[in-house]
Structures are given as structure tokens and as C-alpha cells.
Write a protein that binds this ligand. Structure first.
Ligand code: SDX
Length: 430
């Protein structure tokens, strides 16, 4: 056995198996258990994938103990300081930072795929005006498959890349359309003379009766939030995109499934839940009561925006966003009392042994909503913002899995705890 292996022996049956050890560039090694059941008759059991790697990937790396986040090896702090969202999207998809001409081409391609088909605009008319924008986005993105399914050969790398560009380009258009429909305003076309974030803000807030001056502070703040939310290894929504992608489903269906997974309050829906929680707490003087409630298992209440499956230290994104809060609100002249509540809540929790022992720190969702609110984004749109940014990561992982030659369909096993084999009972004898 040339490579490093670990031999696992079942004492009762004396059956052994040699588990090859898989080691990556960074991070903990893993046992390759692909042959375990065949060799020993055992499965492994790990609901929630606490200790299970579902794939190899070169896109993003997180060190939860050190609070490190790398996109294609570049630290998130450096990308946040020097890059922009569209350049980060290129990096995630292609694996390298673009040269000037490569970025110009990518920007041109994205800019010229921002419009959605007119019949898709009519799609929104089918929703009640107060439909949640995540429901509208999930449906609209899934329906893109109706436009491209027959013209999409996912075995053609060029067509896969085009689908990725279409998704990155159209998410802001669809997101803004969902918002505009929900407030009864006309859906706006994307303006190609604007950069990615300004173009989105224009589609969100421009009214037909007067020109809209986009705040460069707002556009820059949004761009930074999009960089910080772009990717995060095999989180629940990215794993969903990969699982759906492993069946050969088209990328629009995969990303629609990712949006569905992101919506949950334990995942991307947390940013909306944080703002509702802060509003419910209302004032710094109520913080200690909220902390006590979060510690009470019977309360069913958790501090939204706190804790993380991987980070057992500060989420580096939360640190950057916390610093951004003061700067952006100051530059926009916004004074939001919820920021004081959030700061007080963070301090109270980080002094409390319940949170310290469980290594529960603020995550990316704890402060982001305060900035979105300052930009005029309504609370119901917060997770949609997360989805716009995460589309870059979702398509990067979808492309990666289709470039992986030995990719198999994802099909977990189970521990069966149901009824043993039994015979049918005639209704008269039940
Ligand atoms: C995102 O995976 C990713 O990378 C996700 C993400 C990304 O970029 O894709 O980073 C984005 O989803 C961030 C997380 C947003 N969610 C929230 O903020 C919701 C609140 N947090 C949690 O529900 C929870 O912390 C999770 C879901 C984030 C993580 O859950 P785990 O890892 O399964 O941990 P757990 O539920 O087993 O909790 C461990 C302990 C438990 O107590 P004990 O049983 O040990 O006594 O910590 C407690 C939990 O009760 N706990 C909390 C808590 N989070 C965990 N108690 C109070 N408040 C909380 N927020």
C-alpha cells in the first residue's frame, strides 16, 4: 500500500478494511470510505455531515478554528479590500484573477446577458402582489430552464460557461423585478452603461417620473457585501446545487434548488430573521432578556446571526461587515438604533459562558441586514441579496463538478428504523 492508509477492523467479525487517507492542499485529511460497506458490511452514519466530506473542491477553503476564508487561495480580507464582485465571480469560476482584457470580456458578456425574456416578465403577474420575493426568485430562476433547456448541452464546456454567465447576469434583474412587482411599480430594464451593483440599485429604485442618482457609497457597500457572500465551501445551498447537478439537471434547475435551500432561517434566511429579532428586542435594555431566552432550550428561540457549523471563531465576514456598518451608515448619514442593539447583543453574548463554551460567534448574517436596511433594501429582500451574490459560488461549484471526470450521482444511504418485513392485512382484519 503506497499511499497512507488506516486499517479498520471489526473485532466481532474480524473483518478489516484498509481506508486510504485523502489529503488536500489545506485542511484536515479524510478516510476514503468508498469501499467500506463492500469490505466490512458497515455504513458510516453522519447526519448533517458533521465529519463527512462529500467532494473534493478547489473553489473555497475555510479554517473554522482560525477564522480563515480563502476564495481560490486569496484571503477574503484582501479581496474585500482590493477587488470587486464581478472580478471575484470570475475568480471563483475560472480559478485565477483576470487580466485586464479577460475581465473586460467577462464584464461585457455579463452586461449583455442581463435582460430576461419579455414572457418571463409576465411570469411575475401570476403572483399575488405580496408574494415573498424569495418564492418569486426561486420560481423565476427555475423557469429559465424553460427558455434554455432544449438549447443547453451541459456536456459542452462553452455552453456550461454561457449558462453560468446568464445566471450571474440575470439574478439581479429577476431579484429587482420581484421587488418592483411586490410594491406595484413597473419592472425596469437593466442599464448597460452602469456597473453591476449600480445597475441593480437602478432597477430596484428608479421611478419612471425622474432620473435616479445612484449613491457610489451605496454601490460600493453592496459590492463588498456581494464579495463576502459569494461562496462558502459546501454549505447547505451549495451542496444542494451539487446534488441536483450530479443528476445531470440543467443549471437553472440547480440554482433554483440552491435558492430554495438558502431560504431557510438556519441558512441564508438568517439575515432577514436577525433584523426581525433586533426589532423585536427593540432596545439595548432588553438584550439580557433575549440572551437568557436564547439559552433556554425550551424557548425555541435562538440568537439569529450567531453560531456556525464550521466557524468556531469569529466569522471573518462578520468582522468586515461590522466595521463596514459604522462607515456606511456614517457616510449615508443613517442613524439606526438597531445597530446599537446588535452591538450590545454581541457584547452580552460573547461574555456569556453558554455562547463562549459552544463557540457561538456572530456570523455573516448578524450585521449584513443593518447595511441592507441603510441602503433602502426591505427586510424581505435580504435573503434575495444573499442569493444574488451566492449565484457566483453556486455556478462555480456546478462548473467544477461537471469538469470532474469521475463525478457520480449523489445518493446517500440510510439506517433503516422502520417496520420489519410483514404481510399485507386485509382491511376487514385490521
Ligand atoms: C449561514 O454553512 C455555511 O457556510 C453557511 C453560511 C454560508 O455562507 O453559506 O455561512 C451562511 O447559513 C450562516 C448561519 C446563519 N444561521 C443562523 O444565524 C441561525 C442561528 N444559528 C444556528 O441555528 C446554528 O448556529 C447553525 C445552524 C448556524 C449551526 O448549527 P450546528 O452547527 O448544527 O450547531 P447546533 O445547532 O448543533 O448547535 C450547537 C449548540 C446547541 O446547544 P447544545 O445542544 O450543545 O446545548 O449551540 C446551540 C445549540 O442549541 N446554538 C445556539 C445557536 N446556535 C447554536 N444557541 C443559541 N443561539 C444560536 N444561534
Amino acid at each position: 500500500m503506497s499511499e497512507k492508509t488506516v486499517v479498520l477492523t471489526d473485532a466481532a467479525s474480524n473483518r478489516s478494511t484498509a481506508l486510504p487517507v485523502v489529503t488536500g492542499t489545506l485542511g484536515d485529511p479524510a478516510f476514503d470510505i468508498g469501499k467500506l460497506n463492500k469490505d466490512t458490511g458497515y455504513f458510516t452514519y453522519d447526519p448533517g455531515f458533521m465529519s463527512t466530506a462529500a467532494t473534493k473542491s478547489a473553489v473555497t477553503f475555510i479554517d473554522g478554528d482560525q477564522g480563515i476564508l480563502l476564495y481560490r487561495g486569496y484571503p477574503i480580507e484582501q479581496l474585500a479590500k482590493h477587488s470587486n464582485f464581478l472580478e471575484v465571480a470570475y475568480l471563483l469560476i475560472n480559478g485565477e484573477l483576470p487580466k485586464a482584457d479577460e475581465f473586460a470580456k467577462f464584464d461585457h458578456e455579463v452586461t449583455h446577458h442581463t435582460m430576461m425574456r419579455e414572457s418571463l416578465k409576465n411570469f411575475f403577474q401570476g403572483f399575488h402582489y405580496d408574494a415573498h420575493p424569495m418564492a418569486m426568485c426561486m420560481a423565476a430562476v427555475g423557469s429559465l430552464a424553460a427558455f434554455y433547456h432544449d438549447s443547453l448541452d451541459i456536456n459542452d464546456p462553452a455552453q456550461r460557461k454561457l449558462a453560468a454567465i446568464r445566471l450571474i447576469a440575470k439574478m439581479p434583474t429577476i431579484a429587482a423585478a420581484a421587488y418592483r412587482y411586490s410594491i406595484g411599480w413597473p419592472i425596469r430594464y437593466p442599464r448597460n452603461n452602469l456597473e453591476y451593483c449600480s445597475r441593480f440599485l437602478h432597477m430596484m429604485f428608479e421611478v419612471p417620473s425622474e432620473p435616479l442618482q445612484i449613491s457610489p457609497v451605496a454601490a460600493k457597500a453592496l459590492d463588498l457585501l456581494f464579495i463576502l457572500h459569494a461562496d462558502h465551501e459546501q454549505n447547505a445551498s451549495t451542496s444542494t446545487v451539487r446534488l441536483v447537478g450530479s443528476t445531470g439537471a440543467n443549471p437553472y434547475a440547480c440554482v433554483a434548488a440552491g435558492i430554495a435551500a438558502l431560504w431557510g432561517p438556519a441558512h441564508g434566511g438568517a439575515n432577514e430573521a436577525v433584523l426581525k429579532m433586533l426589532a423585536e428586542i427593540g432596545d439595548a435594555k432588553n438584550v439580557s432578556k433575549a440572551v437568557e431566552r436564547a439559552k433556554d432550550k425550551n424557548s425555541g428561540f435562538r440568537l439569529m446571526g450567531f453560531g456556525h457549523r464550521v466557524y468556531k471563531n469569529f466569522d471573518p465576514r462578520a468582522t468586515i461587515i461590522r466595521e463596514m456598518c459604522h462607515k456606511v451608515l456614517g457616510e449615508l448619514g443613517v442613524n439606526d438604533p438597531l445597530l446599537d442593539v446588535a452591538m450590545e447583543l454581541e457584547q452580552a453574548a460573547l461574555k456569556d459562558s453558554y455562547f463562549v463554551e459552544r463557540k457561538l460567534y456572530p456570523n455573516v448574517d448578524f450585521y449584513s441586514g443593518i447595511i441592507y436596511k441603510a441602503l433602502g433594501i426591505p427586510t424581505e429582500m435580504f435573503t434575495v441579496m444573499f442569493a444574488i451574490a451566492r449565484t457566483a459560488g453556486w455556478v462555480a461549484h456546478w462548473l467544477e463538478q461537471h469538469e470532474t471526470l469521475d463525478a457520480k450521482i449523489g445518493r446517500p444511504r440510510q439506517i433503516y428504523i422502520g417496520a420489519p418485513n410483514r404481510d399485507y392485512v386485509d382491511p376487514a382484519k385490521r
